[in-house]
Ligand binder design. Structure first.
Ligand code: GLN
Length: 470
């Protein structure tokens, strides 16, 4: 297993250097990513960065990510690199500045080795919506890696990088982590700056790590988080109550929420054995009622489409990326957007525009926002009695390429992840077990949800329950 912690130890004991490691990483991506297609671009100039890091070992070795090779989802801006969002609209768009989180990763010593594939503009749950190529699950090439951060997950699962960065609007870090047997973390909304992220749903988007261990995810999150004057929604360490770490915790299981259709029986079995594991470690597990969580999918797919339609209005053939000539301004808009956007993106813009149009706004968008705020109160009151809420991360293991052709079936995959983004709380996913499909044993993840600002508590329990058993 390729981890940040091991690599760091090897640097500190002078067993290897960033130069040696990055040379190998770049070669391995080229040799081993031929069928999986995790990467959209490989950054050969990472080698020069690694050479400098190697020379500056004495001054830089204390940095938390000194010499650590990272892969970055291609909807995050890196100065001088293409930021395509896996869309024809931005196929030739080069970022003119670093996203805040990229700046922080670089300052912490990380070396960015490549850009990873995603569903176009992060819309999807399988990475089949990319305009450029589909990404396959490294554990079974006939299956999807999940999405939309499927390229980031596949890069780590392939073993070519120890960690990758993804974005999560409705589950896009946690679900691919579950499908690829990794750790995935969605921070409290506002913990990580969105400056330099290509926006999908601005009230939902957060960036986070995909790694092999919880402690690696924590190291990355600690580097990326924090107040940023370029993103007014960023929070500080005193925005929310500080987490109190305990030896034993109480976990709440929304039992009724898990009775819904489409949840595989063997995934539930793994879930209940995870509950037994928690009890054997001395934790308490109780049932909780979260009746509104069942409305989560409906509310999410209204709020997100509305925000998408408004965020993507900026792609007009004038300001960024693709511009298709036309007889007048309207024709330029129409042709550019007709050619530049793929099917799923168009579907969402149409739905979002409808939802926000006069006469329908109150019935759809207004209602969804009401449900959202009621979900937040419901969740807060449950958090008066439990430390964490526990669910499976996804209702199934990785599905076959092409299996979820119906968009609504694909949306239903997000049942357990979207309530977390709607309410803005943090959640951690890590492998809880394996299930057999076609003779191959596939990983499935468990999701721990904590109250706002209690990200550190998730890392602490995750290290106890997952890392300690590796
Ligand atoms: N699958 C969800 C959607 O398509 C989540 C996407 C995401 O988190 N970026 O909206």
């Amino acid at each position: 297993m390729f981890t940040i912690a091991d690599l760091r130890a090897k640097y500190l004991s002078c067993e290897t250097t960033p130069q040696e490691v990055v040379l190998k990483v770049l070669r391995e991506i080229k040799e081993r990513d031929t069928e999986v297609n995790a990467f959209l671009a490989v950054y050969d100039d990472a080698l020069a960065v690694a050479e400098t890091a190697t020379k500056e070992f004495a001054e830089k070795k204390h940095l938390p990510l000194y010499g650590i090779p990272l892969a970055i989802k291609n909807n995050i801006l890196i100065k001088g690199k293409k930021a395509t969002a896996a869309s024809l609209m931005l196929e030739n768009y080069t970022a003119t500045y670093d996203a805040t989180l990229i700046k922080r990763l670089k300052e912490a010593g990380a070396i960015l080795v490549g850009a990873t594939n995603l569903d176009e503009f992060a819309m999807g749950g399988s990475t089949e919506n990319s305009a450029f190529c589909i990404t396959r699950n490294p554990l079974d090439h006939s299956r999807v890696p999940g999405g939309s951060s499927g390229g980031s997950a596949a890069a780590v699962a392939l073993g070519v990088v120890p960690a990758a960065i993804g974005t999560d609007t409705g589950g896009s870090i946690r679900q691919p982590a579950s499908f690829c047997g990794l750790v995935g973390f969605k921070p409290t909304y506002g913990a990580v700056s969105r400056y330099g992220l290509i926006a999908m749903g601005s009230s939902l988007d957060q960036a986070g790590p995909l790694t092999n261990t919880v402690s690696d995810a924590e190291v990355i999150h600690e580097v990326m988080k924090g107040l940023d004057s370029y993103d007014a929604t960023t929070i500080t360490s005193d925005t929310y109550a500080q987490p109190v770490l305990k030896e034993h915790y109480t976990f709440g299981v929304p039992r009724d929420f898990m009775k819904g259709e489409g949840i595989d029986a063997d995934v539930l079995e793994e879930f209940w054995s995870h509950v037994e594991l928690l009890k054997s470690l001395g934790h308490t597990v109780v049932d909780v009622d979260l009746p509104l969580f069942e409305q989560g999918l409906a509310a999410y797919y209204i709020v997100v489409q509305a925000e998408i339609s408004s965020n993507l209005a900026r792609f007009d053939g004038m300001r960024y990326g693709l511009s298709v000539a036309g007889d007048d301004l309207l024709a330029v808009y129409q042709k550019t957007r007709a050619e530049g956007f793929g099917k799923e993106v168009k579907r969402r813009i149409l739905l979002g525009t409808y939802i926000l149009s006069s006469g329908y706004y109150d019935a759809f968008y207004g209602k969804a926002e009401q449900v959202r705020s009621m979900m937040r109160s419901e969740l807060n009151s449950v958090f008066n009695t439990v430390d964490f809420i526990l669910t499976p991360t996804a209702p199934t293991p990785a599905f076959k390429l092409g299996e979820q052709a119906d968009p609504v079936a694909m949306y239903k995959q997000d049942i357990f992840t979207v309530p977390v983004n709607l309410t803005g709380v943090p959640a951690l996913s890590f492998p809880m077990g394996k299930v057999l499909r076609g003779g191959i044993s596939l990983p499935v993840g468990v999701q721990y949800i904590a109250p706002h600002g209690q990200d550190a508590k998730l890392f602490s329990i995750g290290k106890e329950v997952y890392d300690a058993r590796l």
